[in-house]
Design a protein around this ligand. Structure first.
Ligand code: NAD
Ligand code: TYD
Length: 348
């Protein structure tokens, strides 16, 4: 099978490309990516010359580029991850999110529909989305696949719009689609604008750890390799037209996860007392419209497809911390110029 993975140079995309090449070696993986600030081909250095891997430098906002990739590589299936993915950036520059996440998804669906023609139902598109489309929870309850959509940020509303497009292309045109809505991921190759890698990077450099508001917002954390296994499983076993929630059953308030990570980093970096990473914690102005709590009920994927996360939180976090400490060059290469401008704009 010739499989296109969009956004394969990003965090989850790169982990998925590596997973696929390892576990599905008979497939040709075509990584379609525009290489925005979040895309980094260095993530795929080890596999770049494999005969079953190709990179296509293309932008979803340009339908002709998608069409060219489909024809050049005779694409038979797609896993769609490419997106603008950071909530804080979506607050500053929402237009990019509408263009890539909404128009880009529309361009992809239309290109696939034209290319696959009468054979549409034989070719699968897995659309990778987020639990943020469901909005914010109170202190109890979890998101089910039947939870009504109530997105609150420009990011989550653009992802919700893309989910609706995918759903409509299935119902109207018979496209063979599956959608996944996953909770917060952590792991290697995550750009250090997101909470966990930002924290690790700031601790190694003795910079303040910015915690928004009262730090009591709750997220459900999943190790990225477990997410990739879930995507593999849904792609192969999921029922057409269905959606599957993916989560780690692993809720943490921001301040608790920050303190926990600080303690783990103290051990790795041999810090204690006045040097402890915890002393870097700094409460800052809250994010506008900050969702209070996300939590996934992953019962459907567990009961129907037999997927559960393989890593405990402690295992995933240890692997993640080790990876960032061993890959300081990777971090310093991407935290130059535009990252510094973003950081200054966001944190002052
Ligand atoms: P990321 O920001 O790390 O990577 C996004 C990738 O998409 C980059 O390689 C970028 O170059 C590429 N891209 C952006 N705009 C593009 C365009 N117009 N055309 C082609 N390529 C483009 O994102 P991520 O964290 O890896 O997330 C991947 C997907 O998973 C997204 O759709 C996101 O909504 C979803 N998701 C992420 C999380 C999470 O915690 N990170 C959780 C649930 C769902
Ligand atoms: P983030 O990693 O941006 O993911 P998302 O907003 O998609 O959940 O943020 C995770 C949580 O951490 C979220 O509640 C916002 C909070 N946060 C901070 O407190 N400080 C920060 O510097 C960042 C980036 C996030």
């Amino acid at each position: 099978m010739n499989l296109m993975i969009t956004g394969g140079a990003g965090f989850i995309g790169a982990n998925l490309v590596l997973h696929w090449l390892r576990h599905q070696p008979d497939d040709l993986v075509v990584n379609f990516d525009a290489l925005t600030y979040a895309g980094n081909l260095g993530n795929l250095e080890d596999v770049k010359d494999l005969p079953n891997y190709r990179f296509f430098h293309g932008d979803l906002r340009n339908a002709l580029e998608i069409s060219k990739a489909f024809s050049e590589h005779n694409i038979e299936a797609v896993i769609h991850l490419a997106a603008e993915s950071h909530v804080d950036r979506s607050i500053h520059v929402p237009a990019d999110f509408i263009e890539t996440n909404v128009t880009g998804t529309f361009n992809l669906l239309e290109t696939a529909r034209e290319f696959w023609g009468d054979e549409l139902s034989k070719h699968r598109i897995l659309h990778v989305s987020t639990d943020e489309v469901y909005g914010s929870l109170g202190s109890s309850g979890k998101f089910l696949e039947s939870t009504p959509y109530a997105p609150n940020s420009p990011y989550s509303s653009s992802k919700a719009a893309s989910d609706h497009l995918v759903r409509a292309w299935h119902h109207t045109y018979g496209m063979n689609v599956v959608t996944t809505n996953c909770s917060n991921n952590y792991g290697p190759y995550q750009f250090p604008e997101k909470l966990l890698p930002l924290l690790i990077n700031n601790c190694t450099q003795n910079l303040p750890i910015p915690v928004y508001g009262d730090g009591k917002n709750i997220r459900d954390w999943l190790f990225v390799e477990d997410h990739c296994e879930a995507l593999d499983c849904v792609f192969h076993e999921g029922d057409t037209g269905e959606t599957y929630n993916i989560g780690g059953c692993n809720e943490w308030s921001n301040i608790d996860i920050v303190r926990y990570l600080c303690r783990e980093l103290d051990k790795e970096l041999n810090r204690s007392g006045a040097d402890s990473c915890e002393n870097l914690i700094t409460f800052v102005k809250d994010r506008p419209g900050h969702d209070r709590r996300y939590a996934i009920d992953a019962g459907k994927i567990k009961n129907t497809l037999n997927w559960t996360p393989r890593h405990t939180f402690e295992e995933g976090l240890t692997k993640t911390i080790r990876w960032y400490i061993d890959h300081q060059d990777w971090v310093s290469n991407i935290t130059t110029g535009t990252y510094r401008d973003y950081y200054k704009h966001q944190y002052g």
